[in-house]
Design a protein around this ligand. Structure first.
Ligand code: FES
Ligand SMILES: [Fe+2]
Length: 451
């Protein structure tokens, strides 16, 4: 026996016992690698120690646990902008949206009203609609063909006993509210009640544009390799605009955060143009009796929002060369092309630019801790004719370029905050809306967790 073992070593063949031990060792390493969970994130501690005036700690942007909480606490419990009414102009037109494991159908019913339903059949739960948008006559479940009317009531279910009460099996509805042609939903049974008050502030700004009477000229879904909060934070400041957005900055007066006392000789000509454009905008608003009560309540209420009306540079009309219009037909009752930009920011997931000749509406939905989808929709007057009143290229080029530039910045930031070398840094004087977003977000988590 001893001789055999010796012979085995000498011939380079390991004894079977050693091989087995080695294999067991490898298996253990493998199992440890596969099954050892990442250290749990103490979300309550993160929320409790959030430093005001500083960017959020890394797990807020990269951890799956925080992402799951964001879906539950933020996206399922607040009002979300989902679509413009113009996206579903006819009875039976729908869009679907996904929020975590939820799917919601937003539908124009046969009476031209807007409805929202859980995208779940009341029979055995099949998804009803799989497409992101489309048109239906009735909602027919693909599984056993239970058929629902556009008001959600069950019209048909085959092979039921005489006692079956169709009235008990309508689709489960989701809170939905339109504000001046923009559709918001809230999946919570107990939706934030202050949305009515916010809608009451925003709606008068939108009425004159008659967004219900627009059409979708173009729509783009952009996948960004970044947490949804990085996308929102990026939107909430123009600290980066000077270097990043050459197309966009020519339209605006880049004086954010400056008071009259801060104006240097270099900025003086710009400031004087801004003063003239502001005075002209005041006059145009007075003629239309357009609201002037701008509001900024980004972190002081459950439905955080901001509405402002900014003059534009150059012709002051739109995003064309030197501030010129990009669509010949003006929206609604707006008759003065140089009517600036009604800019609306809504927490948690949207922003809007409404100009005399078109509107651009943006929504963000989270996909994964490091992935989000930004949908940009360009709206023009429903009578505007492509190729005559506008062309899609000129209409969209500023925001297509700007979105691409922002996608790069957000991706770079996601990679940075995921690096072990990241530590939160201070917001500048011109990032107060980023701070307001972070405050709002952390306060909403705090309320949800009751910490
Ligand atoms: S699951 Fe929809 S009809 Fe059966
Ligand atoms: Fe940007």
């Amino acid at each position: 026996m001893r001789q055999t073992r010796q012979a085995s070593f000498e011939s380079g063949v390991l004894p079977s016992g050693i091989i087995s031990l080695f294999l067991l060792y490898l298996l253990e390493i493998h199992l440890n690698y596969v099954t050892t969970p990442a250290p749990a994130v103490d979300i309550e501690a993160l929320v409790a120690r959030r430093a005001q005036g500083f960017s959020l700690e890394a797990p807020f942007y990269s951890s799956q646990e925080v992402f799951d909480l964001d879906i539950e606490a933020i996206f399922l419990n607040h009002w979300l902008f989902c679509a413009a009414e113009a996206e579903i102009p006819e009875a039976g037109d729908f869009v679907t949206i996904d929020i975590g494991s939820f799917s919601v159908i937003i539908l124009r019913d046969d009476d031209e009203g807007i409805r929202a339903f859980h995208n779940v059949c009341r029979h055995r739960g099949s998804r009803l609609l799989k497409d992101p948008c489309g048109a239906i006559g009735n909602l027919v479940c693909p599984y056993h063909q239970w058929t629902y009317r556009t008001d959600g009531s069950l019209a048909f279910a085959d092979s039921q006993p005489p006692t079956f009460d169709r009235g008990q099996f309508g689709l489960k509805s989701v809170n939905v509210r339109t504000v001046g042609g923009l559709i918001f939903i809230c999946a919570a049974a107990d939706a934030p009640a202050d949305f009515e008050e916010v809608a009451g502030v925003i709606e008068p700004f939108l009425t004159h544009y008659d967004l219900k009477n627009t059409k979708v000229a173009h729509q783009i879904d952009l996948v960004e390799e970044g947490n949804w909060k990085l996308v929102m934070e990026n939107n909430r400041e123009c600290y980066h605009c000077d270097g990043a957005h050459p197309e966009l900055v020519t339209a605006y007066f880049p004086l954010f955060g400056y008071s009259a006392d801060d104006i240097t000789p270099r900025l003086r000509p710009l400031f004087e143009r801004y003063q003239t454009a502001s005075a002209n905008l005041e006059r145009a608003c007075a003629v239309l009796q357009f609201p002037r009560d701008e509001r900024r309540e980004l972190d002081t209420r459950v439905t955080g929002f901001q509405v402002s009306h900014l003059p534009l540079d150059g012709d002051g009309a739109s995003f064309g060369p030197n501030g010129s219009a990009v669509c010949k037909k003006l929206l609604g009752s707006i008759s003065e092309p140089s009517f600036g930009d009604v800019s609306i920011h809504m927490q948690p997931n949207s922003w809007f630019h409404i100009l005399s000749d078109h509107a651009v509406v943006f929504r963000v939905f989270p996909v994964a801790p490091g992935k989000s989808v930004v949908r940009t929709t360009w709206l023009v007057h429903s009578d505007a004719v492509e190729g005559v009143d506008y062309d899609v290229e000129s209409l969209t080029d500023v925001w297509r370029a700007t979105n691409e530039q922002d996608r790069e910045l957000v991706g770079g930031c996601q990679r940075g905050v995921s690096d072990p070398g990241y530590i939160p840094g201070p917001y500048s004087l011109v990032e107060d809306d980023v701070e307001a977003f972070a405050n709002w977000y952390v306060n909403r988590l705090r309320a949800h967790l009751a910490v």
